[in-house]
Design a protein around this ligand. Structure first.
Ligand code: ADP
Ligand code: MG
Length: 396
C-alpha cells in the first residue's frame, strides 16, 4: 500500500525525523489560510498523487509552458494563484503513464534553502536477504539515471537485523553522503530513526529524494515516498487509515476485499490461476506464444466458490481483456470447486470473450464434467502449453 507524501512525512515526524511544516488542502479556498500558518517567505505547493517525478511533470490541461507539479511560491498570493491553477488538473509524470493523475490534494509546505540534495532510501534487498540503505550524493533527480550512468555514486548498505543500524553503519552512510558538522550529527540520529520507522511500521520502501542539507547546515527530509507491506497492514490500523482508494486501481481494491492477489497489467489475456508460481509460469507462456497477460491473479490455495466467482468477475470487468485463461492445478484447491465458480460467474456476468480452461489434479474429472454439462462455450485444454496456444489463437 502506498501513501501520499504529506502522510509519509507525518509518519516520519512521529518518529522524530526532521520534516518541514506543511498543510494539506483539497480546495483552493483553503490555500491562503494554509500559507498563513507557515513561516514564509518561501513556500512550496506540492501535488499529492501516488507517483513521483511531480516536479518535472506536466499538467495536461495547462499547455507546455505551464510549471510542473511542485512549485515554489514567493508570497501568499503566489501560493493561492498556484493552488487555483493546479487543483483538479491532470498531472503527467514519468511514473503516472500517459493518462496522468488528477491532482485532488495539495501540500503547502515551508520552503527550504537548499545547499545540497541527497538521495537516501531503505528497502528490502532480496539479493542479500536484508533490509538495506541506498545512499547517494546525487539526490533530487532520477535515481535510476544515476544508477545507469554513474553507479559508483550509489552506496548500498545492508543492515544486520540483530544489530540494527550501528554507529559504524551511520558513519558509513554519513561518509557516503559527504556529511559534516551539524549535518553529520543530524545524520547519525536520522539513519537509525528512519530504520526504526521502517521496521516498526512494516514498510517495504522508504525513499527520501531529496534529503537535503540546508544552507544553515542542517538536514531535512524534503520528499518522502513510503510503501507498506500489505500483508502486515492488519497490525497497523493507523497506517490502514491513510489509504487513499481514489489513487488505486479499482479492480485491485475489489480483489483485496476478497483477499485475492491481483495486479492489473497492460495485456489482453486475463488469467485466473492458483499459486503465485503457476501464475508467473502462465504469464510467461502467454508471452512465449506472442501475447501479453492482462493481469496477475492468484486465487490462492483453498479458494471458495465465491472467491473464484469474484475473481472471474474482476477479470471480465476489464475492458482490455480479449480472452481468459483459467489454469488450475488442484492440490488443496479442488477442480470441481473452480469449475463451479467459473460456471456461476459466467451465468451471472455473461461471457463475451473466449475462455480456455485447463484443470489438473484433485477432482479433475468432476471439474471437467461440470464445465461440459454447463452448456457454456468453454474450450478445455490438456496442459499448460496447449492452453496457452489455444487462448492466444482464440484472441487472434
Ligand atoms: P518529485 O520527486 O515528485 O518531483 P519533490 O518533493 O522531490 O517531488 O520535489 C521536487 C523538487 O522540488 C526537489 O528536488 C526540490 O528541489 C524542490 N522542493 C520540494 N520541496 C521543497 C521545499 N519544501 N522547499 C524547497 N524546495 C523544495
Ligand atoms: Mg522527489
Amino acid at each position: 500500500m502506498n501513501i501520499h507524501e504529506y502522510q509519509a512525512k507525518q509518519v516520519l515526524k512521529g518518529f522524530g525525523a526532521p520534516v518541514a511544516e506543511g498543510v494539506a488542502i483539497t480546495d483552493a479556498g483553503e490555500a491562503e489560510k494554509a500559507a498563513r500558518m507557515l513561516p514564509g517567505p518561501l513556500y512550496v505547493v506540492k501535488s499529492q498523487i501516488h507517483a513521483g517525478g511531480r516536479g518535472k511533470g506536466k499538467f495536461k490541461e495547462l499547455g507546455p509552458d505551464a510549471k510542473g507539479g511542485v512549485r515554489l511560491a514567493k508570497s501568499i498570493e503566489d501560493v493561492v494563484a498556484n493552488a487555483k491553477e493546479m487543483l483538479g488538473h491532470t498531472l503527467v509524470t514519468k511514473q503516472t503513464g500517459e493518462s496522468g493523475k488528477q491532482v485532488n490534494r495539495l501540500y503547502i509546505e515551508d520552503g527550504a534553502d537548499i545547499a545540497r540534495e541527497l538521495y537516501l532510501s531503505i528497502l528490502v534487498d532480496r539479493a542479500v536477504g536484508k533490509v538495506a540503505f541506498v545512499a547517494s550524493t546525487e539526490g533530487g533527480m532520477d535515481i535510476e539515471t544515476v544508477a545507469a550512468e554513474t553507479p559508483e555514486k550509489i552506496v548500498n548498505l545492508p543492515i544486520d537485523p540483530t544489530a540494527g543500524v550501528t554507529e559504524a553503519d551511520a558513519s558509513k552512510l554519513s561518509d557516503a553522503l559527504k556529511l559534516d558538522g551539524e549535518a553529520r550529527a543530524d545524520g547519525m540520529t536520522l539513519f537509525p530513526t528512519l530504520y526504526k520507522a521502517f521496521m516498526d511500521k512494516d514498510m517495504s520502501l522508504l525513499e527520501i529524494n531529496p534529503l537535503i542539507v540546508m544552507t544553515n547546515g542542517r538536514l531535512r527530509v524534503l520528499d518522502a515516498k513510503v510503501s507498506f507491506d500489505s500483508n502486515a497492514l492488519f497490525r497497523h490500523d493507523d497506517i490502514k487509515a491513510l489509504r487513499d482508494e481514489t489513487e488505486e486501481d479499482a479492480k485491485e481494491i475489489e480483489a483485496s476485499k476478497y483477499d485475492l492477489a491481483y495486479i492489473a497489467l497492460d495485456g489482453d489475456i486475463g488469467c485466473m490461476v492458483n499459486g503465485a508460481g503457476l501464475a508467473m509460469a502462465t504469464m510467461d507462456i502467454i508471452k512465449l506464444y506472442g501475447k501479453e497477460p492482462a493481469n496477475f491473479l492468484d486465487v490462492g490455495g483453498g479458494a471458495s466458490k465465491e472467491k473464484v466467482t469474484s475473481a472471474f468477475k474482476i477479470i471480465t470487468a476489464d475492458p482490455n481483456v480479449k480472452g481468459i485463461l483459467v489454469n488450475i492445478f488442484g492440490g488443496i484447491m479442488r477442480c470441481d470447486v473452480i469449475a463451479e465458480g467459473v460456471v456461476a460467474a459466467v451465468k451471472e456476468v455473461g461471457l463475451k470473450v473466449p475462455l480456455v480452461v485447463r484443470l489438473e489434479g484433485t477432482n479433475v474429472d468432476q471439474g471437467k464434467q461440470i464445465l461440459d454439462q454447463s452448456g457454456l462455450d468453454i474450450t478445455s485444454a490438456d496442459d499448460l502449453d496447449d492452453a496457452a496456444q489455444k487462448i492466444v489463437k482464440a484472441v487472434g
